[in-house]
Design a protein around this ligand. Structure first.
Ligand code: UN1
Length: 497
């Protein structure tokens, strides 16, 4: 029996209170099409309340010594650990990802909690010599103030922890808009913050649409940073508006990630890596593999092995432990994938496997799409250039290592890439020349660990990183401090002998 929520209607979490909202929308389980909960559709006034609460709370929170702020995160980590199975079950029901992956995602949040809690005793700055006598110089991190985080449905808890935990440990307060498709993880995480004793107002959750709540956050003059993960179109608009307001903005957007399979690769290993990174989470990861760039001499063998492995994939409700591929998030996600199948066919790509929606029988009213493989794809085709966000892979044959790198780098995105080879020289050239923010050798394109920087180049982002120590740069300002203990006026650059 699946874990159930104890409420039928979620509420905003503002200033430590659960605030009901009149206007709501149903949230569906994508595996069954059944309504699981009602999500508030807040108007902008809730954002105003949340920002006011955050602003007030932040003043005191910033004065709490960082190791004590970290104590709260340690408690959050233990609560996440204690509730891991419950959270994973709920996550599978709201997002559709298979239960094993849901457990993995919750684990990512647990890891982030303990990692960032550790930062409470680091948050290092620098001490440095000063150029004048009897003068001391240092740099230190200062909180930015109130930060706005906008998180996606595909990793509703992990990405929220990547953004909120570094923000909290650094002494900021947070206003958080979770995706309306997956509000349960936000509700559960807010309850964990409450149970862990996070002072009221330090984290506030406002449910609602991007158009209303997200926009109000971006417009609000008291929110000094926006950290966003989502689509390129939305990200671009957010950046433009933040630019006008000189607001700091960190964007994490699409990907068109490739696995390169060279002629000397271990093909069975490559097949496993492709399967996991292309069809895990039904391809709905920013890091998902959606292109396979294969050396022409092993193309036939790879196609054959991929096809037979794909035919063994079980597709269905992710709560069933035997299922490997869950549903697509919703009808519009499904429509987008179906549209790309038509585009691929019209472009002359060769459809080898899948390419259709799964309906009826055990699939009932869920949103399912068969794992799909196109081959003989050319690098410039739309199916090889645009993000599909579904279980669709395009196989692109190439003649050389150099061509493989060129094809990999020929897309507008730059999140993740991978190469299968046993040639040490190719390994080092590839990690240098692949232009993505994440590079894997002899592993698929997914599976980033939280203590390394997560993010990409080109159209994937705007130069910032989520997770890793680098996340702290998004949520802090660098402050340079000079202490002159000479007792006299000393002019920098002038009074130096
Ligand atoms: C995402 O798809 O936005 O590296 C996040 C991975 C996961 C995170 C993916 N750890 O695939």
């Amino acid at each position: 029996m699946a874990v159930l929520l104890e409420t039928e209607k979620l509420a905003n979490y503002i200033d430590g209170e659960w605030v009901e909202v009149m206007d709501v929308a149903p949230v569906f389980n994508p595996a069954t099409g059944k309504t699981i909960v009602q999500v508030p559709l807040s108007n902008a006034s809730y954002v105003d309340d949340a920002v006011a609460a955050a602003k007030k709370a932040q003043k005191e929170w910033a004065l709490v010594p960082a190791p004590q702020r970290a104590e709260v995160l340690y408690r959050v980590g233990y609560l996440l650990k204690e509730r891991k199975e419950r959270l994973a079950q709920l996550l599978t029901q709201e997002n559709g990802k298979v239960i094993e992956e849901a457990r993995g995602e919750v684990q990512e949040g647990i890891d982030m909690a303990f990692y960032m809690a550790g930062e409470g005793r680091r948050l290092f700055g620098q001490t440095t010599p000063a150029e004048l006598k009897d003068k001391f110089a240092m740099s230190q991190r200062a909180p930015v103030g109130v930060v706005g985080i906008i998180t996606p449905w595909n990793f509703p808890i992990a990405i929220a922890t990547w953004k909120s935990f570094p923000a909290i440990v650094a002494g900021n307060a947070v206003v958080w808009k979770p995706a309306t498709e997956t509000p349960i993880m936000a509700y559960e995480l807010a309850k964990i913050f409450e149970a862990a004793g996070l002072p009221k107002g330090v984290v506030n959750v406002v449910f609602g649409s991007g158009r209303t709540v997200g926009n109000a956050m971006v417009q609000h003059p008291d929110i000094r940073v926006i950290s966003f993960t989502g689509s390129n179109d939305v990200g671009r608009n957010i950046a433009a508006e933040c630019g006008r307001q000189l607001k700091k903005v960190s964007l994490e957007m699409g990907g068109k990630n490739a696995v390169i399979v060279m002629d000397d690769a271990d093909l069975d290993l490559a097949v496993e890596g492709i399967l996991w990174s292309a069809f895990g989470t039904s391809g709905q990861r920013c890091t998902a593999c959606s292109r396979v760039i294969v050396h022409e001499t092993v193309k036939g063998a790879l196609e054959e092995r991929l096809r037979s492995a794909m035919e063994k994939l079980t597709i269905g409700d992710g709560l069933d432990e035997s299922i490997k591929v869950g549903p697509i998030i919703n009808q519009s996600g499904l429509d987008k994938i179906k549209n790309y199948i038509e585009i691929g066919k019209n472009e002359g790509a060769n459809l080898l496997e899948g390419g259709y929606e799964l309906t009826g029988g055990q699939h009932g009213k869920g949103y399912y799409f068969a794992p799909t493989l196109f081959t003989d794809v050319r690098a410039e085709m739309r199916i090889a250039q645009e993000e599909i966000f579904g279980p669709v892979v395009s196989l692109i044959p190439v003649k050389s290592f150099e061509e493989a790198i060129e094809v990999n780098n020929s897309v507008e995105y730059g999140l993740s890439s991978s190469i299968y080879t046993n040639d040490i020289n190719r390994v080092f050239k590839a990690q240098r020349d692949l232009d993505t923010g994440i590079v894997y050798v002899n592993a698929g394109t997914t599976g980033a660990e939280i203590h390394l920087p997560f993010g990409g180049t080109k159209g994937t982002g705007n130069g910032h990183r989520d997770s890793g120590i680098q996340a702290l740069d998004v949520f802090t300002e660098w402050k340079a401090v000079y202490v002159d203990y000479s007792g006299k006026l000393q002019r920098a650059q002038i009074d130096v002998e």
